[in-house]
Design a protein around this ligand. Structure first.
Ligand SMILES: [Zn+2]
Length: 201
């Protein structure tokens, strides 16, 4: 459940002089407040939703929305509206959402970049996530020894039907017998997508 709604803040207030109130007919002054309305998600302002001006007669205290007043008074407001700008913080939520999406995108691409580097320079303890036969089952293998161009790995005895293989990456799940591969083999498997992720502590 996402909490969202509307809220408003006062952008500007002031007074206009020498106007005739449609209610009490006095030549008087009126005070006003211009409110900015915005949508919020979890009370974080996300985007603006227009403005509203409330005007109150200083003689009879009747309040009006600006659009209820005669043209002669509304014209005076063209000047008053200046300075009642939508503040940048009305977009805080939108900026936050963009920042979060960018951060996720960055960490995903950084992760891929690291994988490509790790595969070229295997180290003991590296865990490869495997999709060897393009089935919907996944497993892992772990590097236990690197000698020159040879890389010795142990295979996981378990499979899982999720690409997130952390759950089965436990010491006791690995076979005791190691098998030899070359660095070239690893690069080939990585390019083919058989190795699709490298975890290094
Ligand atoms: Zn009045």
């Amino acid at each position: 459940m996402i909490f969202y709604g509307r809220n408003s803040s006062r952008l500007k207030d002031g007074q206009i002089n020498n106007v005739t109130c449609p209610n009490c007919d006095n030549n008087t002054s009126m005070r006003y407040a211009i409110f900015g309305k915005y949508a919020h998600i979890y009370w974080i302002p996300t985007f603006p939703m227009g403005k509203e001006t409330i005007v109150e007669c200083n003689t009879c205290d009747k309040t009006y929305k600006l659009k209820e007043l005669p043209d002669s008074i509304r014209q005076k407001f063209e000047f008053e509206k200046q300075g009642a700008n939508i503040p940048v913080w009305y977009f805080s939520g939108a900026a936050l959402i963009v920042a979060i999406i960018a951060a996720i995108g960055y960490s995903v691409s950084k992760d891929k970049e690291n994988d490509a580097l790790y595969i070229q320079d295997p180290q003991v303890g590296d865990v490869y996530s495997l999709d060897m036969d393009n089935s919907s089952y996944y497993s892992t293998m772990k590097v236990v020894e690197v000698v020159g161009d040879s890389v010795y790995v142990v295979y996981n005895n378990y499979e899982i039907n999720s690409r997130v293989t952390n759950e089965i990456d436990k010491d006791e799940n690995y076979d005791t017998e190691k098998e030899g591969l070359t660095k070239e083999d690893l690069s080939f498997y990585y390019e083919e997508g058989n190795i699709y992720s490298v975890d290094r502590d």
